[in-house]
Design a binder for this molecule. Structure first.
Ligand SMILES: NC(=O)c1ccc[n+]([C@@H]2O[C@H](COP(=O)([O-])OP(=O)(O)OC[C@H]3O[C@@H](n4cnc5c(N)ncnc54)[C@H](OP(=O)(O)O)[C@@H]3O)[C@@H](O)[C@H]2O)c1
Length: 422
């Protein structure tokens, strides 16, 4: 009879429960034990063996694979023990991989085990394994996507129902899309961890997350969404990584997360609600886009169980893990500072409606070599102030910042928002 693959699972929350349910019909896989934090918590499902001491699991000699679906950084030490005990790891933990992936992958290589992490980026969308296998012939130049479902849901609702950011955040919390403390999602941390992991495999370099620029959606107002719409754009939180050549230094990486105005005729503009989408550009494939559920019990369990089955088939076939699943690179990427990036910008300006105001804005742009693509005053408000929208051509981030400082020297002009245009 075929040997069963024996699992130890750490975590029985949203993802852990989905994994246990999906595995329940698979008789060649045995869940030896599940670890949780709080044994007395009421749960919808039961498992044969449960503990609140995950050390029992990582040190259990019967277990082949540790499935870590607990989250957070507390599990870092546990996974190191598991790897030293020669256990393969399946994890959904983006923060852990983005912060400590290098150490874990080095340790895994030394111990001849693999770390599989399909669920850590874009939940149910198969991405990591296809990039490492089916797309391995490619040299990639860019990866960009909507990697956080919560923020995409909030932006979609703001646009479709003309609601404020706070109202949409509350809706997202009521539906379980956003946590009570939404900081990780709305301030761009979650998308930053995911683009770090993606950049790592797409560009075969290690990534320093301390050097990734990230900005969330808390400054986006329904006025910006409405104005963007009038100009032919949608506002999306986009995570992107691009290969650049700067000052004759090639292979620099421009990695960042921030809201952008996406032209309505680009495919990312059509991604609504909690859906995720990732666009890859490379040679020879050209452009390829992955779209699907970026989170949720079953979509995420689909990726976790897929990883478990990949390990099972590899162990069965050759008792050796597919070399493509192992991390081979150890060199860090050279990452560009946001000040040195080049972008087009949308500026929403509030100004006292006096003669020469538009001229002052134009002069400040000229002073820093910024060409305008569009400048438009939206009437005059009752208090004699005016909303002026500026869209620039491509210019350096450091120059637009200097221009804003310069134009705001006069108390009559205030730049209320500045959003990059994709
Ligand atoms: N939710 C999603 O849709 C989704 C999508 C993609 C990736 N992920 C990732 O998947 C992981 C799990 O997410 P989740 O939404 O399932 O979280 P969750 O619902 O909060 O569940 C976490 C589970 O881990 C247990 N746990 C926490 N710390 C533990 C520890 N030190 N030792 C043992 N057990 C511990 C908790 O125990 P108690 O039940 O006793 O509290 C709980 O069962 C995270 O890394 C997350 O980023 C989630």
């Amino acid at each position: 009879m075929e040997k069963k693959l024996k699992l130890g699972i750490i975590g029985l929350g949203t993802v852990g429960q989905g994994v246990v349910k999906v595995l329940s019909g698979m008789h060649d896989i045995e869940i030896v034990c599940v670890a949780v934090k709080n044994l007395s918590k009421k749960r919808d499902i039961s498992v044969d063996s449960i503990t609140d001491n995950p050390l029992d699991i990582v040190n259990n000699p019967d277990i082949d694979v540790i499935v870590e679906v607990a989250g957070g950084l507390e599990v870092f030490d546990l996974l190191k023990i598991a790897i030293r005990n020669k256990k393969h790891i399946v994890t959904a933990n983006k923060e852990l991989l983005a912060r400590h992936g290098s150490e874990l992958f080095d340790l895994a290589r030394k111990n001849n085990v693999v770390i599989m992490y399909e669920a850590a980026v874009a939940g149910g969308i198969p991405l990591i394994y296809p990039i490492k296998t089916s797309l391995s012939a490619n040299v990639f130049s860019e990866v960009a996507g909507i990697l956080n479902g919560t923020t995409n849901y909030i932006l979609t609702k703001m646009e479709e129902e003309n609601l404020s950011y706070d109202e949409c955040l509350l809706k997202a919390q009521q539906l379980g899309y956003a946590e009570t403390n939404p900081k990780g999602d709305v301030e761009g941390f979650d998308a930053m961890y995911k683009i770090a992991i993606l950049s790592n495999i797409v560009f075969n370099k290690r990534i320093d997350i301390g050097k990734i620029y990230h900005e969330g959606i808390t400054n986006i107002s329904s006025i910006d969404i409405k104005l963007a719409d009038e100009f032919g754009y949608k506002i999306k939180l986009v995570a992107q990584a691009k290969k650049m050549c700067i000052n004759q230094e090639s292979d620099m990486l421009d990695i960042r997360v921030h809201p952008v105005l996406v032209s309505k005729n680009q495919s990312l503009a059509d991604i609504k609600n909690a859906t995720n989408a990732i666009l890859l550009k490379g040679f020879p494939v050209g452009e390829v886009m992955f779209v699907g559920a970026g989170a949720g019990e079953f979509p995420t369990a689909s990726s976790v169980v897929g990883d478990i089955l990949t390990i099972k088939s590899e162990i069965k076939e050759k008792n050796k893990i597919l070399p493509m699943t192992v991390c081979h690179h150890s060199e860090y990427a050279k990452q560009i500072n946001i000040d040195d990036t080049v972008n087009c910008y949308y500026l929403r300006i509030n100004a006292v409606n006096t003669p020469g105001t538009i001229g002052k804005i134009g002069l400040a742009c000229g002073k820093f070599n910024i060409n305008l693509s569009c400048i438009l005053q939206k009437g005059v408000n009752d208090d004699r102030s005016a909303t002026i929208i500026v869209i620039t051509e491509e210019c350096f981030e450091k120059d637009i910042n200097l221009m804003i400082k310069d134009v705001e020297k006069t108390s009559e002009i205030k730049v209320l928002n500045r959003i990059r245009v994709m």
